[in-house]
Write a protein that binds this ligand. Structure first.
Ligand SMILES: [Zn+2]
Ligand SMILES: [Zn+2]
Length: 119
Protein backbone atom coordinates (compact mmCIF):
# COMPACT_ATOMS: atom_id res chain seq x y z
CA UNK A 1 0.00 0.00 0.00
CA UNK A 2 1.23 3.50 -0.83
CA UNK A 3 0.38 6.95 0.47
CA UNK A 4 -2.72 8.43 -1.13
CA UNK A 5 -0.98 11.79 -1.51
CA UNK A 6 2.51 10.51 -2.45
CA UNK A 7 2.27 7.48 -4.71
CA UNK A 8 6.00 6.86 -4.38
CA UNK A 9 5.97 6.54 -0.59
CA UNK A 10 4.83 3.53 1.44
CA UNK A 11 1.84 4.06 3.72
CA UNK A 12 2.40 3.68 7.46
CA UNK A 13 -1.27 3.64 8.30
CA UNK A 14 -4.80 4.68 7.39
CA UNK A 15 -6.66 7.87 8.14
CA UNK A 16 -9.50 6.90 10.44
CA UNK A 17 -11.85 9.37 8.79
CA UNK A 18 -11.34 8.73 5.04
CA UNK A 19 -9.41 5.42 5.29
CA UNK A 20 -6.77 6.54 2.82
CA UNK A 21 -3.20 5.35 3.11
CA UNK A 22 -0.80 7.82 4.71
CA UNK A 23 3.00 8.03 4.64
CA UNK A 24 4.91 9.23 7.67
CA UNK A 25 4.84 12.79 6.27
CA UNK A 26 1.05 12.85 5.86
CA UNK A 27 0.06 10.97 8.99
CA UNK A 28 -0.85 12.96 12.08
CA UNK A 29 -1.86 11.52 15.43
CA UNK A 30 -5.33 12.50 16.57
CA UNK A 31 -6.01 10.77 19.84
CA UNK A 32 -5.05 7.11 19.40
CA UNK A 33 -5.61 7.09 15.65
CA UNK A 34 -4.02 8.44 12.48
CA UNK A 35 -5.48 11.22 10.39
CA UNK A 36 -4.57 13.09 7.23
CA UNK A 37 -2.31 15.86 8.45
CA UNK A 38 -4.02 19.29 8.28
CA UNK A 39 -7.08 17.74 6.70
CA UNK A 40 -8.90 15.24 8.91
CA UNK A 41 -7.19 15.70 12.25
CA UNK A 42 -10.21 17.50 13.68
CA UNK A 43 -12.70 14.93 12.36
CA UNK A 44 -10.74 11.99 13.73
CA UNK A 45 -10.36 13.66 17.10
CA UNK A 46 -14.12 14.15 17.22
CA UNK A 47 -14.73 10.51 16.28
CA UNK A 48 -12.40 9.42 19.07
CA UNK A 49 -14.19 11.62 21.59
CA UNK A 50 -17.59 10.30 20.59
CA UNK A 51 -16.44 6.71 20.90
CA UNK A 52 -14.94 7.32 24.32
CA UNK A 53 -18.16 8.97 25.46
CA UNK A 54 -20.20 6.02 24.23
CA UNK A 55 -18.00 3.53 26.06
CA UNK A 56 -18.17 5.54 29.28
CA UNK A 57 -21.92 5.93 28.99
CA UNK A 58 -22.73 2.30 28.37
CA UNK A 59 -20.48 1.24 31.26
CA UNK A 60 -22.01 3.78 33.62
CA UNK A 61 -25.58 2.98 32.69
CA UNK A 62 -25.26 -0.77 32.87
CA UNK A 63 -23.97 -1.12 36.42
CA UNK A 64 -24.74 2.15 38.18
CA UNK A 65 -28.51 2.20 37.79
CA UNK A 66 -28.76 -1.41 38.94
CA UNK A 67 -26.53 -0.66 41.94
CA UNK A 68 -28.69 2.35 42.79
CA UNK A 69 -31.84 0.25 42.46
CA UNK A 70 -30.52 -2.33 44.92
CA UNK A 71 -29.24 0.34 47.33
CA UNK A 72 -32.39 2.49 47.34
CA UNK A 73 -34.59 -0.59 47.39
CA UNK A 74 -32.85 -2.14 50.41
CA UNK A 75 -32.71 1.07 52.44
CA UNK A 76 -36.22 1.98 51.35
CA UNK A 77 -37.64 -1.35 52.54
CA UNK A 78 -35.82 -0.98 55.88
CA UNK A 79 -37.19 2.54 56.44
CA UNK A 80 -40.69 1.56 55.35
CA UNK A 81 -40.75 -1.56 57.52
CA UNK A 82 -39.35 0.38 60.48
CA UNK A 83 -41.91 3.15 59.99
CA UNK A 84 -44.82 0.70 59.83
CA UNK A 85 -43.63 -1.27 62.87
CA UNK A 86 -43.18 1.91 64.93
CA UNK A 87 -46.32 3.67 63.74
CA UNK A 88 -48.22 2.64 66.89
CA UNK A 89 -45.49 3.86 69.27
CA UNK A 90 -43.89 6.85 67.58
CA UNK A 91 -46.83 8.30 65.69
CA UNK A 92 -45.75 11.24 63.53
CA UNK A 93 -42.06 10.38 63.77
CA UNK A 94 -42.74 6.90 62.37
CA UNK A 95 -44.74 8.51 59.60
CA UNK A 96 -41.64 10.49 58.61
CA UNK A 97 -39.62 7.24 58.44
CA UNK A 98 -42.37 5.76 56.34
CA UNK A 99 -42.28 8.74 53.96
CA UNK A 100 -38.50 8.49 53.61
CA UNK A 101 -38.84 4.76 52.95
CA UNK A 102 -41.45 5.32 50.26
CA UNK A 103 -39.35 8.07 48.65
CA UNK A 104 -36.36 5.69 48.54
CA UNK A 105 -38.52 2.93 47.07
CA UNK A 106 -39.72 5.40 44.45
CA UNK A 107 -36.08 6.24 43.65
CA UNK A 108 -35.37 2.51 43.36
CA UNK A 109 -38.23 2.07 40.89
CA UNK A 110 -37.06 5.10 38.87
CA UNK A 111 -33.51 3.73 38.71
CA UNK A 112 -34.79 0.29 37.76
CA UNK A 113 -36.80 1.74 34.88
CA UNK A 114 -33.75 3.75 33.76
CA UNK A 115 -31.53 0.66 33.82
CA UNK A 116 -33.98 -1.25 31.62
CA UNK A 117 -33.99 1.57 29.07
CA UNK A 118 -30.34 0.97 28.20
CA UNK A 119 -30.26 -2.81 27.92
ZN1 LIG B 1 -8.33 11.55 5.94
ZN1 LIG C 1 2.22 11.15 1.96
Amino acid sequence: MVCYYHLDKPAVGLCKYCERGLCSDCAAFAGDSLACRNLHEEQVREMELMMQKNILQSKRVGSDYMRNTIFYGTVGILFTAFGISQLKWLGLQALIYLMIGLALLWAAVANYLESRKYK
